[in-house]
Design a protein around this ligand. Structure first.
Ligand code: SF4
Ligand code: SF4
Length: 170
């Protein structure tokens, strides 16, 4: 299967709080995110690359803010969760970068967007898009990507007081 799947091939998405995304990927920070995190937790919890800023990763690759208790993974950043984490596993783009444009196009707020999901996420269910996925989940991801929405209701793990990436663990 392709790594990036256009949204029309996805029935729904729900974070299972498996924590894999927080163990496998580096999180890129924009400057305001870096500043807030550095002021609150110390700059030693971040890493400067050649031209990008990242969250620190532990020796096993996990994000420094990944917590594990009560059998689940949780995000230790919560209200400061970086945009990269809020948007995972979706990519909301202005161009059909990963192909299948007609399967990826999403008209929203007068804009033509192209939305794909990273198939590494185990919370994706494939098939024909459900009403919930199209009308609640994708619209919220589009709003987060465009900066018109800051609060996560449908793009985070449901039912958790702490939330994984979607709720807040990404
Ligand atoms: S978004 Fe949720 S289900 Fe997907 S990889 Fe991350 S923790 Fe697992
Ligand atoms: S969601 Fe939280 S724990 Fe996961 S990578 Fe992002 S900041 Fe780290």
């Amino acid at each position: 299967m392709l790594r990036f799947v256009p949204w029309r091939q996805i029935a729904n998405w729900r974070c299972t709080a498996c924590g894999n995304c927080c163990k496998l990927y580096s999180v890129v920070l924009n400057f305001p995110e870096w500043l807030t995190i550095a002021k609150t937790f110390g700059a030693e919890n971040t890493v400067a690359g050649l031209d990008k800023l990242f969250l620190k990763r532990e020796n096993d690759g996990s994000c420094a803010f990944l917590c594990h208790f009560a059998g689940n993974y949780h995000c230790g950043l919560q209200n400061m969760k970086p945009d990269a984490c809020k948007l995972w596993p979706f990519k909301v783009l202005a161009e059909p970068k990963y192909g299948e444009a007609e399967q990826a196009v999403f008209d929203w707020a007068g804009k033509k967007l192209f939305i794909y999901a990273d198939s590494m996420c185990e919370g994706l269910r494939y098939g024909s898009p459900s009403w919930e996925f199209k009308s609640l989940v994708l619209k919220e991801f589009a709003g987060l990507a465009l900066g018109t929405c800051r609060t996560q209701h449908n793009t985070t793990r449901n039912g958790s007081p702490f939330g994984l990436r979607r709720f807040s663990l990404y």
